[in-house]
Design a protein around this ligand. Structure first.
Ligand code: CO
Length: 466
């Protein structure tokens, strides 16, 4: 009997996809013990947008949140999502920051780092993977799935092999937009199982409704681990439901080593939370629905809604069809970048400006210029050379890795925060300087108000089970 392992995403991706990562630690805490007891392969609980959201919106120290989850979940490996050289932000950071970030993530409780690059440029995950391995943690290399003439089965296999050569201990095919169909995943996982020796992980979203079929075919093709979200935080732009998937797998003779009683406890908690979030308007029912437009236009749902809101703001919504026709042209000229952050914003904004200005590339954003210079990494396919020459003139594109030319980040951060700053604070500052500074100021104010003899009560773990 083959075992299928599950990663539970309620604390990170489901949280990010349904409620824009606004779940506070207090809102997750009552479910942590049952989550830990349930028997998941891992709990995805950190990284992605959680770090930014903690500092910017929730007045939480992201590092303290991680330590608190670790204390509450001593049994299950904690997993994070890392954007390679971009860490958790949108620009490239120097290697000293990447290495320290990985080391502190592991020291504070992360056991599995899923590392990806928006362009699938393996050079951009190399340093993060190397440091993960040095820290004795599990490095999982993730490949972005997208639809384009460049993104063939051969492309995915070649990228996976490059990652395997770096020493990653698993390979994930990551479908951010929920556009990977059952046949796509079956072919990719079949090829990975033939060509690779590490376990294969599949990550998708229910956005277009394909998700459960995609996971079914993934497992049939031999996928070892898949990502799901507890029922009350599943569906729509989140992951397929954990309980449903486990039920269907067991019915077909696969072993799923999850404790159903724990799953019920977890779901009861998050179902109540979902009710509160719907009532407060923090959870918009729209994100729970199935949206098949992404299959028609081949752009992710999030990008589509961004285009609509940008055009609406400029009173130009009637030109949406033109922008949607322009988008694939821009993408082709830029060498078919996967439509994932930050490329989706870049391509969408350029297509919009090409249409609204009445002249293609009349204005070009600084991001598109940097991309054409090679500052984000290597374009998956050939870039339109005439366009590159038009925008950059005879400035030669970068040949090496952009981060090779960056000054170390730690000395300046230490100079800014002072010698007494913890390494965690230095990293918060390097990742999001303005938000971190504001957070530190609020924290210092609270500490000044706190009475010296006051101690925080620590709840004891108590009885077993969940
Ligand atoms: Co995702």
């Amino acid at each position: 009997m083959r075992t299928v392992k599950l990663t539970e995403t309620v604390l990170r991706d489901a949280n990010q996809s349904l409620i824009a990562t606004r779940m506070t630690f207090a809102q997750m805490e009552p479910a942590l013990k049952a989550l830990d007891e349930a028997g998941f392969y891992s709990l995805e609980c950190w990284g992605g947008a959680t770090f930014d959201a903690c500092l910017r919106y929730l007045d939480e120290d992201p590092w303290e949140r991680l330590r608190a989850i670790r204390r509450a979940c001593p049994k299950t490996p904690l997993q994070m999502l890392l954007r390679g050289q971009n860490l958790l932000g949108y620009r490239h950071y120097p290697d000293d920051a990447v290495r320290l970030f990985v080391r502190k993530s592991v020291e504070n409780g992360i056991s599995i780092l899923r590392v990806f690059d928006a362009l699938n440029d393996v050079r951009n995950i190399e340093v993060a993977v190397d440091e993960t391995l040095k820290c004795g943690a599990h490095a999982s290399g993730a490949i972005c799935f997208t639809l384009s003439p460049i993104h063939t089965l051969e492309h995915y296999v070649a990228t996976a092999k490059e990652m395997e050569a770096l020493g990653v201990q698993s390979i994930c095919i990551k479908d951010m937009a929920g556009i990977m169909g059952p046949k796509d995943v079956f072919d990719i996982v079949t090829a990975f199982k033939q060509e690779l020796s590490v376990p294969v992980v599949v990550h998708t979203h229910m956005t277009t409704g394909l998700g459960l079929m995609t996971l079914q075919k993934a497992v049939e093709a031999g996928a070892d681990i898949v990502d799901t979200a507890i029922a009350s935080f599943s569906g729509g732009s989140s992951q397929p439901p954990t309980e449903t998937f486990a039920y269907a797998m067991r019915q077909q003779g696969f072993r799923v080593e999850l404790d159903d009683e724990c799953l019920r406890t977890v779901n009861r908690h998050f179902k109540a939370l979902r009710g509160e979030l719907l009532a407060s308007g923090q959870l918009n029912p729209i994100v729970l629905s199935t949206e098949t437009d992404a299959l028609t236009y081949q752009v992710p749902g999030g990008m589509l809604s961004n285009l609509v809101s940008q055009l609406t703001a400029q009173n130009q919504l009637h030109r949406l069809d033109e922008v949607l026709a322009e988008t694939p042209k821009v993408r082709a000229e830029l060498g078919y970048p996967p439509l994932v952050t930050p490329m989706s914003q870049m391509v969408g904004a350029q297509a919009t400006s090409n249409v609204l200005a009445g002249e293609r590339y009349k204005t070009v954003s600084k991001e598109v210029k940097s991309y054409l210079r090679g500052e984000y990494g290597k374009a998956p396919g050939p870039v339109d050379e005439a366009l590159r020459a038009q925008i950059l003139g005879d400035e030669p594109p970068l040949s090496g890795r952009y981060a090779d030319g960056l000054e170390p980040a730690l000395p300046a951060a230490r100079a800014h925060l002072g010698e007494g700053a913890t390494e965690e604070d230095l990293l918060s500052y390097i990742a999001f300087p303005a938000q971190a500074d504001e957070f530190f100021a609020r924290r210092a104010q609270k500490q000044r108000r706190r009475l010296p003899y006051q101690v925080t009560a620590v709840a004891d773990g108590g009885e077993g089970g969940c």
